[in-house]
Design a binder for this molecule. Sequence first.
Ligand code: ASP
Length: 278
Amino acid sequence: MAGYDRVRHGGAAIQAVETAIRILEASGLFNAGVGSRIQLDGIKRMDAAIMEGHGLRAGAVAAIERVRHPITAARLVMEKTAHVLLVGPPATRFARHFNVELQSRSHRAARTRTATWGKRDLLTKKTLALFKAMRRQEQSNLETVGAVALDEQGTLAAGASTGGVAFMLPGRVGDTPLIGCGVYADNKAGAVSMTGVGEGIIRIGIAKEIADRLAAGVAPAVAVRLVLSKLVSRINGSAGALVLHPNGRLSIRHTTLRMAAGYWRGSGTPFVADDFRS
Ligand code: ASP
């Protein structure tokens, strides 16, 4: 609703997407921002991307640490640089240069408490504690966050932010910060934001493939169904998609067991559910 309020008051779709994702990143209820998963060395490295469909401008960060809102760091890459993607400690330094908010000490604590990767004895108490912490995260079913929006000027935007998948090697990067894989927006096609196992999403290049089908005139629900079927049949992948057509039609679909998502058209009660498979 906060995102919708932005466009309702004449704001840009990109602003709506960033606003919505910032709320989810700060909630701690999802696998993004403060709620991000940790990698096998106990460090949270987060990925995010944002794109707008008028000028096809995009920004992304991968393996960024400590910041509270990776989506804002991604938007800064888009707005303040001539680049699309910054990674690792330089991405963190870039974000800090713009004084972005950092996560509180308690949210960052996993870093020092459990950082054991590279030590000789991998079966230390610390390592076992790390595995227990990761298993707990797994059971809590935290999900990546994403948003798509269309503004009054007819510009589309898409974004996503994640802490990655469970039991990741340090340095692993998924689909989320890769434009055309986890995120894509083109006013002449549609806006797409993905969740799911990034390795499969990358190999199919899903966000761009869905957008290409929309551009060819395929309806959003059909495009997303065809591409997700391809993901499953070709490489046994697993994903969910938010897809918004330039005409405002929205499609949400997933092959994962559940996918919490919602939308609001500006009046009445917002629609929220966790099963969009039928
Ligand atoms: N797609 C994200 C990744 O692979 C994870 C997720 O969506 O849950 O990093």
